[in-house]
Design a binder for this molecule. Structure first.
Ligand SMILES: *Cc1c(COP(=O)(O)O)cnc(C)c1O
Length: 393
């Protein structure tokens, strides 16, 4: 049965993912279960998506009730959940105007278009983007154009013209690239795919200053690091450095495909106008029910407070692991988005972890990434450390 599933997938899907030989069936809280009954402790959360874990009854009930009413209308009509989700997302993200997408890449596309549209209205002639080395912004053409990894971009060139890459956490290298054609700077406050690299306070403040002094827009991509993961609802709030445009996805729908880009009122005034942008599914009643309910649960259960209580324990246990284990040489990250740098191949350790019943994710630079559901407790961290030690042995 398990092998039949794997065989059918391998024969029929385009082979772009290196999947583990595991067929998952259902989840409960912090755990996923295979069709063979095997239990997996989840420190991957489907790429930092399932912040509330797998069996939140309230969320499931809200989604089921919405499916019984309507999944889709179109953006030609209003639906209660859409306005409510937008109001909630603006409240927690600190932005003023939001557009719903179906994915993170699509949110990045929208953010780039919004920045170009702002320059167009203002007749500045600006169109260039400055992005960061080691960044990851998604797989669509605009998103790969600003992704600072040759392997993701080169096979598809020529990509969007006018993109320059600066060194992350190096303000001089950003300043050198600014000219009178620069339109916006895009960055992740905490790089995920690129190896769990946290921006310094100085870098975030410096980027804001460079943008203000030169009339550029600051775009923060919080698709992975947003929604409570770093100990504030959005990472920019932890720095106190507000972007002009913010991209979100992953955890905002807890698994129902949902993304968004949002902007300040000032940017909105000069940016996208009726007819400039759209998405057939974006912000449909099912997705908006998910977003609205997820935020309601986050606020009522104080998920961000929980992250701040439990994350120091993860930090401490990973630091202990590093001092006990020769092949772990560094710990990086913030909150419940952390990584360890290995001297052994991370891919092999990752496979061993899966055999041990632990799901983690690799990141660039031989890093193993820990992005558990945000409902993780100390006992799960202890269990994870036990399994990762065996995987590293
Ligand atoms: C995952 C991710 C994306 C792309 O999101 P998709 O939903 O896969 O299109 C973009 N930016 C960051 C920072 C991400 O982590």
């Amino acid at each position: 049965m398990v092998n039949n599933e794997i065989k059918a997938a391998e024969e029929n899907l385009i082979h772009v993912y290196n999947r583990f030989p595991v067929v998952l069936d259902h989840g409960e809280g912090m755990y996923l279960y295979g069709t063979d009954g095997k239990e997996y402790l989840d420190f991957a959360a489907g790429f930092a998506v399932t912040g509330l874990g797998y069996d939140n009854q309230e969320l499931k009930d809200a989604l089921k009730a919405q499916i019984d009413k309507l999944c889709h209308i179109s953006n030609l009509y209003y639906h209660e959940s859409c306005g409510e989700a937008a109001r909630a997302l603006n409240r927690v993200s600190g932005m003023d105007r939001v557009f719903f997408t179906n994915s993170g890449s699509e949110a990045v596309e929208g953010a780039l278009k919004a920045a170009r549209r702002y320059a167009f209205t203002k007749k500045t002639g600006r169109y260039e983007f400055i992005a960061m080395k080691n960044s990851f912004h998604g797989r669509s053409f605009g998103a790969v154009s600003v992704t600072g990894h040759d392997a993701y971009r080169e096979p598809f060139e020529p990509v969007l013209p006018g993109v320059k890459f600066a060194e992350f956490n190096n303000l001089d290298s950003v300043r050198e690239l600014v000219n009178d054609r620069t339109c916006a700077i895009i960055l992740e406050p905490l790089q995920g795919e690129g190896g769990i690299n946290l921006a310094t306070q100085e870098f975030m403040e410096g980027i804001r200053r460079i943008c203000d002094e030169n009339g550029l827009l600051m775009i923060c991509d919080e698709i992975q690091c947003g929604m409570g993961r770093t100990g504030s609802m959005f990472a920019w709030q932890g720095f106190g450095v507000k972007p002009d445009i913010l991209t979100m996805a992953k955890a905002i729908g807890n698994g129902i495909p949902a993304g968004a880009f949002a902007m300040t009122e000032h940017v909105a005034e000069y940016s996208l106008k009726p007819g400039d942008h759209g998405a057939t599914y974006g912000g449909n009643p099912l997705a908006c029910t998910a977003v609205r309910k997820v935020i309601e649960i986050f606020e009522r259960e104080d998920i961000v407070g929980h992250v701040n209580r439990v994350a120091p324990y993860l930090t401490r246990r990973l630091d202990e692991l590093m001092s006990d284990t020769d092949c772990v040489i560094e710990r990086r990250g913030k909150g419940l988005m952390q990584g360890i740098v290995l001297t052994k191949p991370a891919a092999e350790v990752n496979s061993r972890a899966v055999e041990e019943g632990l799901l983690v994710i690799q990141a660039q630079g031989n890093v193993l990434r820990f992005v558990p559901p945000l409902i993780v407790e100390e006992k799960h961290i202890d269990e994870m450390i036990g399994k990762i030690k065996r995987a590293l042995a």
